[in-house]
Design a protein around this ligand. Structure first.
Ligand code: G3H
Ligand code: 13P
Ligand code: ZN
Length: 311
């Protein structure tokens, strides 16, 4: 099956009260782990590449591998640019086979965010590609941009109609208290999301797909495994799964997950090397890493996203 845009996926997800998982990919094993889970559970899926992923693996390899996954599985798969930093990067992805791009102007003054997003939308729509915009700023690290704690800002619901109408975006990422990376809440801190903001956005944009970034839950068993086998990860607390499930049942149609995949992969690799110190064939150690990714993604599809059997 050829790659698809997210239009149909989001329409069905909104109506069905579930969300599509958008997982960051950087190499073949990650793509295979994710798409094997999606195939097993007959789930639609978004594979997304950051600017850093394009730098690491190169555009051509990523596009070719994601196309191979779509062909092999027969699933609806969208290839999305995550956190597009500028028009040129979005254009390169639109011209080069992506079906969806995010232009992240969330750090810009409002009018500049509108102008940049509109420019990307005009180019993308002329080429059959959909666009995600962002309003509000998440804390955490993405590529080289670090948003220090205290400098994040929640989305202002009173801006969303104006932003969506003037830019023409197809989906909107909002900030309601999630953050990028493994350290979202401090030990002892009670995780909270601003569902009141999500509700207000939903009221103002009925039927419009909303995106949640920074939505990893941080599996405590994986953190324990990493530390048991020589790692040094401080206590990390993610977004509780019940909160993500609630968001998926509301206007949130796309949930972004990267850190959980990194953590599962790291735990599997550390355990494998510790138990098999003589192994040096990459197939031996990348197999449990790929299996771990398949496990994490299967769990998300079944318990958090609710998109099993929706392909
Ligand atoms: O939100 C950012 C994603 O986790 C991608 O991370 O920029 O290090 O590839 P990256
Ligand atoms: P996490 O760091 O919570 O996995 O978020 C990933 C993300 O938002 C990618 O855009
Ligand atoms: Zn993100």
């Amino acid at each position: 099956m050829p790659l698809v845009t997210t239009t149909e996926m989001f329409k069905k997800a909104y109506e069905g009260g579930y969300a599509i998982g958008a997982f960051n990919v950087n190499n073949m094993e990650i793509i295979q782990g994710i798409t094997r889970a999606a195939k097993k559970l007959n789930a639609p899926v978004i594979l997304q590449c950051s600017a850093g992923a394009r730098k690491y693996a190169s555009h051509g390899y990523l596009v070719a591998m994601v196309k191979a996954a779509a062909e092999e599985t027969g699933l609806p798969i969208a290839l999305h640019l995550d956190h597009g930093p500028d028009f040129e990067t979005c254009k390169a992805c639109i011209d080069g086979g992506f079906t969806s791009v995010m232009i992240d102007g969330s750090h810009l003054p409002y009018e500049e965010n509108v102008a940049l997003t509109k420019q990307v939308v005009e180019y993308a729509h002329a080429h059959g590609v959909v666009v995600e915009g962002e309003l509000g700023t998440l804390a955490g690290v993405e590529d080289d941009v670090v948003v220090e704690e205290g400098h994040e800002s929640y989305t202002k619901p009173e801006q969303v109609e104006d932003f969506v109408t003037r830019t023409g975006v197809d989906s909107l990422a909002i900030a309601i208290g999630t953050s990028h990376g493994a350290y979202k809440f401090k030990p002892g801190q009670k995780p909270q999301l601003r569902f009141d903001i999500l509700e207000e956005v939903e009221k103002r944009l009925p039927g419009f797909p909303i995106v949640l970034h920074g939505a990893s839950s941080v599996n405590q068993d994986d953190i324990k495994t990493i530390n048991e086998f020589g790692g040094e990860m401080p206590d990390a607390i993610g977004i509780p799964e019940d909160m993500l499930r609630k968001a998926s049942s509301m206007a949130v149609c796309k949930i972004n997950v990267d850190s959980d995949i990194r953590i599962a992969m790291t735990a599997a690799l550390r355990k494998h090397f510790s138990e098999n110190p003589k192994h040096f064939d990459p197939r031996q150690y990348l197999t449990p890493a790929r299996d771990a990714i398949e496990g994490v993604v299967s769990h998300k599809i079944e318990t958090v996203l609710g998109c099993a059997d929706k392909a």
